[in-house]
Ligand binder design. Structure first.
Ligand code: DAH
Length: 360
């Protein structure tokens, strides 16, 4: 009997000392677990005489009940204390103003915005989007586009080349989006109507050139597509993109190896100090190159120039973004300065559509 009451004192003392629920659980296991001290006492009952078992059994079970009761009472106390502490540490000041959500503070980069605008305009005219890799073969970037080996037009592209491979070929960072024309013609049968927006690279850097920039290519191949269609598409595009009712355009003869004839397009504008406005004035600004796809290019891409023909154009996305949104310098486009993005960026949920407005 003496050791029962000593054990009880020890156990109740340990229960009272348990500082948290984990400590209390350890006490419970030590007393009532499989190898616990109270469980150990219960195990001794089997070896006792019936009389002894009667008195000892009652005493040990009573001990077990009291210890269990003490543990449960302590558990309640600890739970309440833990809840009180948590409530005290997690007070909320309901008078604090709400923080803006990412959808309110985030900004869409002007390049992404302009790509979305272009896509909306050309998708409305029935164009699909085509894409190709930034790391391109010399063959697709130049040779199939009718730039013969050693042709001076290759040098004008300030190309970033990768090291030569063992077979003598070398990959490059595409210098224009025109190789996506090649990939499209090799993969699809006419009629083809695609635009190809993407990143392009040239070793060049100043206020209006960055080593990485963006272009959008357009390609139409059909039985009888001609320059008249091209002029209409470009005019409709410019009116929609610059959000003006009229644009005057000027087509000048030019040279690109992959088109014949080749043209460059200027749009009429008015220059006011740092600002450029379209649809008025008597200045001209060059915005793109275009032409009828050269028969050699069609042949290189597995098409028969006697059966199909078409036109293509290529335009600098950064440049038309600068023109539309009055940005004087190209370099901040690539500096990830949140102040610049706040100033020029667009709200994430204002997705441009022709019906709902492009930049409103
Ligand atoms: N690839 C040309 C460049 O980067 C732009 C261009 C001109 C693309 C005429 C065309 C085109 O598709 O027909 O300078």
């Amino acid at each position: 009997m003496a050791d029962i009451s000593t054990l009880e004192q020890d156990l109740i003392g340990a229960v009272d000392k348990a500082a948290d629920e984990a400590g209390l659980e350890a006490v419970r296991v030590a007393a009532l677990g499989k190898n616990g001290s109270v469980t150990g006492l219960l195990k001794t009952l089997g070896a006792m005489s019936p009389d002894e078992r009667k008195t000892q059994g009652a005493a040990i079970n009573a001990l077990k009940d009291r210890v269990t009761g003490a543990i449960n009472a302590r558990k309640d106390t600890l739970k309440t204390a833990a809840l009180d502490a948590r409530l005290a540490s997690e007070t909320v000041d309901v008078t604090l103003p709400l923080r803006d959500t990412p959808a309110e503070t985030g900004r869409i980069h002007p390049i992404s915005q302009v790509i979305d605008e272009l896509t909306a305009i050309f998708a409305d005219m029935g164009f699909a989007i085509a894409e190709g890799p930034d790391v391109e073969t010399d063959d697709y970037n130049f040779t199939k586009l009718n730039f013969p080996e050693g042709h001076p037009a290759r040098d004008m592209h300030d190309t970033f080349y990768f090291p030569q491979k063992s077979d003598g070929s070398r990959m490059l960072l595409r210098t224009h989006t025109s190789p996506v024309q090649v990939r499209t013609m090799l993969a699809q049968k006419p009629p083809i109507r695609v635009i190809c927006p993407g990143r392009t690279y040239r070793s060049d850097s100043d206020q209006t050139h960055t080593p990485m920039f963006h272009q959008v290519e357009g390609l139409v191949i059909d039985k009888s597509s001609h320059l008249g269609h091209l002029k209409w598409i470009l005019e409709e595009f410019c009116k929609a993109f610059f959000e003006v009712n009229t644009v005057k355009m000027r087509f000048r003869p030019s040279f690109f190896p992959f088109t014949e004839p080749s043209l460059e397009v200027d749009i009429q504008c008015k220059r006011d100090k740092n600002e450029v406005r379209f649809g008025e004035g008597d200045d001209w600004m060059e915005i793109l190159g275009c032409g009828m796809v050269h028969p050699n290019v069609l042949r290189n891409c597995g098409l028969d120039p006697d059966a199909v023909q078409g036109f293509a154009w290529g335009m600098g996305i950064d440049r038309i973004a600068m023109l539309k949104y009055g940005m004087p310098d190209l370099r901040p486009f690539f500096e990830a300065d949140v102040r610049w993005l706040n100033h020029y960026g667009f709200r994430p949920l204002d997705f441009p559509t022709l019906a709902g407005g492009l930049s409103a």
